[in-house]
Design a protein around this ligand. Structure first.
Ligand code: MN
Length: 161
């Protein structure tokens, strides 16, 4: 038993390493400094069109009540339409993207921009059609802040046609 165990461990480790490097190879790195870690493919991808990446900079807890995440969007990627019952503040740290509120045309947002999204305003945010974009998302008025996800942003709405 003592002789078999290391072999099993070794096999498990090499399999895990192969899996990790394959996953890493699929992650495209933004062609700009994301300042904070870009992170893995966004686990909330079912509410996004295209590929985005999420790295939580500060997980929520009852001491701070302030979840802060770094979100990077590939060209063309954007959230679905959605709203936050407690609002949201976006700090754009890299690239150029789009922000749009219901009933308006998308507007360009770029590195250095701050977007304050009032509670319950329907909106979407994402990359430009040909440009990556990274923003930090700050959820405000936590714990009384829930995201409600709506329909995908059509190509027509995305392009502001
Ligand atoms: Mn939002």
């Amino acid at each position: 038993m003592k002789k078999i165990l290391p072999l099993i461990l070794c096999a498990a480790i090499s399999t895990a390493a192969a899996g990790a490097s394959a996953a890493a190879a699929e992650i495209k790195t933004a062609p700009h400094d994301t300042v904070f870690t870009q992170g893995p493919v966004n686990p909330y991808g079912k509410f996004f069109t295209g590929t985005s990446y999420l790295h939580m900079l500060s997980e929520n807890d009852s001491v701070f009540n302030a979840p802060i995440g770094n979100v990077t969007f590939e060209p063309g990627a954007r959230t679905f339409w959605h709203k936050h019952s407690g609002g949201q503040i976006l700090l754009v740290t890299g690239g150029e993207g789009r922000y749009c509120e219901r009933g308006q045309k998308p507007r360009v947002i770029k590195k250095g921009d701050v977007v304050r999204i009032a509670p319950d305003v329907e909106h979407w945010h994402g990359a430009g059609p040909d440009t990556w974009m990274t923003h930090i998302s700050v959820e405000t008025n936590v714990p009384n802040n829930k995201a409600e996800w709506l329909e995908p942003v059509s190509d027509e709405d995305y392009l502001g046609k």
